[in-house]
Design a protein around this ligand. Sequence first.
Ligand code: PRT
Length: 106
Amino acid sequence: MADPILDRLETTIRARRDAPADASYTASLFTKGRTKIAQKVGEEAVETVIAACSGDGASIVYEAADLLFHLAVLLADAGLSLKDVRAELERREGVGGLVEKAGRTA
Ligand SMILES: N=c1c2ncn([C@@H]3O[C@H](COP(=O)(O)OP(=O)(O)OP(=O)(O)O)[C@@H](O)[C@H]3O)c2ncn1[C@@H]1O[C@H](COP(=O)(O)O)[C@@H](O)[C@H]1O
């Protein structure tokens, strides 16, 4: 099932991909490139872990939103989307939790 807010977020993110760097934060991330975007995903993941360890639900939600946003930017930079991740989750569901990597040859 698609999630309307995530779909709207992805539409906005894709529009920012073609905008000038100074147009917005998201546009500046695309200009800085994949390594910077991946670094931000790592930072937000760590901040989510720290919030989780503090046990404060509101902080976990706040950091998880930062993480999802930056992950969506990373996927867009790679020409992918949350739809691709949904499809992978559905594939795993279909195989009862067997999580062989799709397209794996070895
Ligand atoms: N969901 C988000 C969102 N979540 C987090 N952030 C930004 O992510 C940054 C994370 O904060 P940090 O302190 O870690 O980063 P920073 O110090 O600003 O940047 P660095 O120097 O670390 O690279 C903040 O600038 C937040 O504003 C987001 N920025 C944008 N969005 C969505 O993207 C849309 C487009 O945003 P713009 O690109 O700003 O128009 C918005 O309408 C929102 O829907």
